[in-house]
Design a protein around this ligand. Structure first.
Ligand code: TXA
Ligand code: MG
Length: 331
């Protein structure tokens, strides 16, 4: 098992980011914070490094990776062609939690994209991520830094738990601000198609660009972009989704089991708690999204057998949140 360098408070420690960037340029794996979730990075132009990403995660080879670059100029080096409407998206939402699918340049290995002719590109805005990628001087392929199928790490502790001993270094950038993975979008020439909903919402894209925005698969359904057919976002506990009205009866139905409950603060009153029931509350959908995966980790650490999760209205952050909850609850 390789020794992993754990780098606390990387933002205050520029030398450590330089060291991690050298690891990346030398073909090693580095876990780094982004504003969405922690990523497991490697040089997207180095076949051994890319292979090691799939190994470290236990990820199926048919699930393509996102390539991270520091600026729009660099997007042009990893894509064969960047249509004007894609540039417009980058202009509005990057750096930030948005990924755009483009034609792949020959400089990016086919295995990064699971053999597809396209490449998914993102400019993250977390300062540690940006600095790392800029200093590495190579495009950085990075899936979320979880073992395949598990929830993405959104805290340094979760990233260490998932990847210690599997990578050269893990950079601490604090808790992730968004908490859910980036929105994945494709320009069709007649508008945009969302392949994975995120916190850059369909409404935000439509408003910024004036273009038509649709979903590849309605967010209430599952199995959209490649790789989404594999199990995802699942804690060890079984996940059950329920409306606010039915929270109490569903929790009571699991009497005798250790039940974790995720709900909005407004629904907290009168819920059973204590003993076999552990409740975590959120102020609103944004807060619920930000803390969802960390809450799953808390529930697993406590030994929950079931997690009962309150559903939220499917608008704004609620669209991506409900998409991840449904995936987590899939049999
Ligand atoms: O927020 C995020 O996007 C994080 C951080 C680290 O940037 N990354 C992330 O990567 O979530 P990952 O590998 O866990 O998810 C990548 C998603 C998958 O759903 C994959 O199918 C889709 O992006 N994807 C990647 N390349 C694609 C392509 N060429 N065409 C369509 N979908 C693609
Ligand atoms: Mg992932």
């Amino acid at each position: 098992m390789p020794h992993t360098l754990l780098i606390r408070d990387a933002a205050d420690n520029p030398d450590s980011i330089r060291i991690a960037a050298k690891f990346l340029a030398a073909g090693e794996l580095v876990v780094f914070p982004t504003e969405t979730v922690y990523g497991l990075g490697a040089d997207a132009t180095n076949p051994d490094a890319v292979r090691r990403i799939f190994e470290a995660k236990g990820r199926p080879a048919d699930n393509p990776l996102i390539v991270h670059v520091p600026d729009v100029e660099s997007v042009k080096r990893v894509a064969a062609h960047v249509p004007p409407e894609a540039l417009e998206l980058f202009r509005h939402f990057s750096p930030g939690p948005l990924t755009v699918v483009l034609e792949r340049s020959p400089s990016i290995l086919p295995e990064v994209s699971a053999g597809l002719s396209t490449v998914a590109v993102r400019i993250p805005r977390h300062p540690v991520a940006l600095e790392l990628i800029r200093l590495a001087g190579v495009p950085v392929a990075a899936p979320s830094a979880n073992l395949s199928g598990k929830p993405s790490p959104t805290t340094f502790a979760m990233a260490v738990h998932a990847m210690d001993g599997r990578v050269a270094a893990i950079l601490d950038g604090g808790d992730c601000d968004m908490g859910l993975e980036s929105t994945v979008v494709r320009a069709t020439g007649e508008g945009f198609v969302i392949l994975r909903p995120g916190l850059v919402t369909a409404e935000m894209i439509a408003e910024a660009t004036g273009a038509k925005v649709s979903y590849a698969v309605h967010p209430a359904e599952t199995a959209a972009s490649p790789g989404t057919r594999h199990p995802h976002y699942r804690p060890r506990a079984k996940v059950v989704i329920t409306s606010a009205d039915e929270l109490t009866s569903i929790i009571e139905g699991f009497a005798g089991s250790k039940v974790g409950v995720l709900c909005l603060a407004a629904s907290r009153e009168n819920l059973p708690a204590g003993g076999n029931v552990f409740v975590e509350t959120f102020e609103d959908a944004r807060h619920y999204a930000r803390r969802l995966y960390a809450a799953f980790a808390d529930m697993d650490a406590w030994g929950a057998e079931v997690v009962v999760a309150q559903s939220v209205e499917e608008s704004g952050a609620g669209v991506a949140l409900m998409n991840r909850l449904r995936r987590a609850a899939e049999k």
